[in-house]
Design a binder for this molecule. Structure first.
Ligand code: ADP
Length: 401
């Protein structure tokens, strides 16, 4: 094993001491020794000679060794030498960072090799401990990062699970609801078809039975179209077909259609903002009509008596459509979810009002596809107002199936 040569700096103004220490250490040939006689010299030597250890007398001509201890004891082991009776001072130096102290007796100076080697061993231990502590700190840091990530993953899993449970619940509710929604018109069709086949029915009865069958058939068609649309939305296959649309005509058609559908206690008003000769926009007529129909149909469904007003205002190069009603309103806790598919504000809504919970989800997808956004304001018991925007001139890329 090769012994490593160490550089020792002795700081002492007493040349006899220096000679003695050099004589003691000399035969070991493991030390390169340099000396300084005062603090100033010592500070220069520390930077040029770069000692592995410093052996410094406490009292020096230009001050005491405190400065060396406070400035260098974390980088280089410092051993303080004090004269007999000055141990308290030595202890204070240890507290300030000195590695060890030696009382300058003849005997101690003769044993200097032993003191220095002990100091090196202790220093190495301290260094190793520092390294181990640093490694531990880094490990802890890594662990805490991993821990944070794990917590994040657990949180995400929790949210996904909650979503899955909620989506499962919604799907079950949707299926139950859907079978009810399909069964009702289906029973109507079958029942009245049976009545039609009976002998002896009057012409009047026949006409009214056929009307009921037609009405029920149309209800089924609406449900089937909604189902097809939602499936296309999920598969990203909804297509739009843009061309010039005269929106005032479109609104008037809807007014005519829904005037027959609202209750006799409900007033339906249409409020277009543009003149009839400047009301042309570029959009998908069928889809725009579908969104407005969904919203007006909801307003009609949830407004037993009161008013429903629909129309649009011009906002720069966008139109802002609105459908305002004075119906039952939407509870604030349901506001976030109302545009989710299958979602109905209240589980009893289906029983009271019918519906599949698909209309708003489809409307939102359509409006966004046509370059707009949809939102609503509502006060339970007072009514709701649904808004959506559309660019007057749709320039988006047409989706193809
Ligand atoms: P559906 O009307 O077929 O149930 P929608 O997606 O169109 O499905 O609407 C979802 C739910 O939002 C409705 O069930 C109802 O709870 C609520 N809602 C929509 N429009 C209105 C409205 N104008 N007034 C009160 N509630 C509404």
């Amino acid at each position: 094993m090769t012994t490593q040569i160490k550089k020792l700096l002795i700081v002492d103004d007493d040349s006899d001491h220096i000679t003695l220490i050099k004589r003691v250490l000399g035969p070991h040939k493991t030390y390169i020794i340099d000396t300084a006689f005062n603090i100033n010299q010592a500070l220069i030597m520390i930077n040029t000679f770069k000692p592995d250890i410093i052996l410094a007398d406490f009292r020096l001509p230009d001050g005491d060794a405190r400065k060396i201890v406070t400035e260098y004891s974390t980088e280089i082991p410092v051993i303080i030498m004090t004269s007999y009776g000055n141990e308290a001072l030595a202890v204070e130096m240890i507290k300030s960072g000195a590695l060890d102290y030696v009382v300058k007796t003849q005997e101690n100076l003769s044993n200097m090799t032993w003191f220095i080697e002990r100091s090196f061993r202790e220093w190495d231990n301290i260094e190793e401990r520092k390294k181990a502590e640093e490694a531990l700190r880094k490990k802890n840091e890594q662990l805490s990062k991993v821990n944070k990530k794990m917590l994040h993953v657990v949180e995400e899993l929790k949210i996904s699970r909650e979503k899955a449970v909620e989506s499962d619940r919604l799907k079950s509710a949707f299926l139950a609801n859907m079978s009810h929604e399909i069964r009702t018109p289906m029973n109507g069709i079958l029942g009245f078809a049976n009545l039609l086949s009976e002998n002896g029915i009057s012409e009047e009865e026949r006409i009214s039975y056929v009307e009921v069958i037609n009405e029920c058939g149309n209800q089924l068609l609406v449900i089937l179209n909604d189902l097809i649309d939602i499936a296309k939305i999920e598969a990203n296959q909804l297509t739009i077909d843009v061309k010039p649309v005269k929106i005032n005509d479109l609104l008037n058609d809807l007014h005519l259609l829904f005037s027959k559908k609202v209750t006799t206690e409900t007033v339906l008003t249409c409020k277009p903002a543009l003149e009839n000769n400047s009301d042309t926009i570029i959009t998908d007529q069928v889809r725009l009509k579908q969104v407005l129909s969904n919203l007006i149909s909801n307003a009609a469904k949830f407004t037993i008596n009161g008013s429903i007003t629909f129309g649009y205002t011009v906002k720069g190069n966008m139109l802002e459509f609105f459908v305002k009603d004075t119906g039952i309103g939407i509870p604030s806790e349901q506001k976030e979810m109302i545009f989710q598919r299958f979602m109905q504000a209240d589980a009893s809504t289906t029983r009271n009002y019918g519906g599949t919970g698909l209309g708003l989800a489809i409307s939102k997808a359509l409006v966004e596809l046509l370059g707009g956004t949809i939102w609503f304001e509502s006060t339970p018991g007072k009514g709701s107002c649904f808004y959506f925007t559309l660019p007057c001139y749709y320039t988006g890329i047409k989706q193809t199936s």
